[in-house]
Design a protein around this ligand. Structure first.
Ligand code: ADP
Length: 152
């Protein structure tokens, strides 16, 4: 049984994440979307909202679980028995950043990081851009799955 985690902040989940999750599902038997809590970070959406958005998006999909974790990603992998970390790559900046994290994780635990290149149509989308659009009352609905709705 191949189990992977897809870690991130998902503040909120975007169509870019959805693309990586759907394609990740073709590689792994089970994919745990893992919402990481970083106490130093300020989030736009609460943990419950972020978890609800993801769960509603994939409610028809077996093979996907949504969980919340705190601490090192490799420790969470051990906890849930996952041998793989899935990450998406959008651009060279993502690559440089992800390379350092993947090497560090590999030093810490026998976990493989698997990268999927973003699809052309969603490569420009990021949660921070979505938050910016929401804050300025723009139409964010084309950037996120329908479960993400806000009154903010
Ligand atoms: P983090 O706080 O770890 O950056 P994010 O929620 O922003 O968390 O992203 C989680 C993962 O999703 C990362 O691997 C990121 O590269 C990937 N990702 C984010 N947006 C996109 C996108 N538009 N296309 C593909 N992958 C993406």
């Amino acid at each position: 049984m191949k189990r992977a985690i897809f870690p991130g902040s998902f503040d909120p989940i975007t169509l870019g994440h959805v693309d990586i999750i759907k394609r990740g599902l073709t590689l792994f038997d089970e994919l745990i979307v893992a919402i990481g809590i970083n106490s130093a970070k300020k989030y736009m959406f609460s943990i419950e909202e972020r978890q609800g958005f993801i769960e509603n998006t994939f409610k028809e999909e077996t093979g996907i679980k949504v969980m919340v974790y705190e601490g090192l990603t490799v420790d969470f992998c051990r906890e849930v028995n996952a041998d793989f970390i899935l990450r998406g790559l959008r651009n060279p900046a993502d690559f440089e950043f992800e390379k350092a994290i993947a090497h560090t994780n590999r030093d810490l635990a026998p976990v493989e990081t698997v990268f999927l290149l973003t699809s052309a149509g969603t490569s420009y989308i990021s949660s921070s851009i979505v938050r910016e659009v929401i804050q300025n009352n723009g139409d964010y609905t084309k950037l996120v799955p329908p479960s993400v709705r806000t009154s903010k």
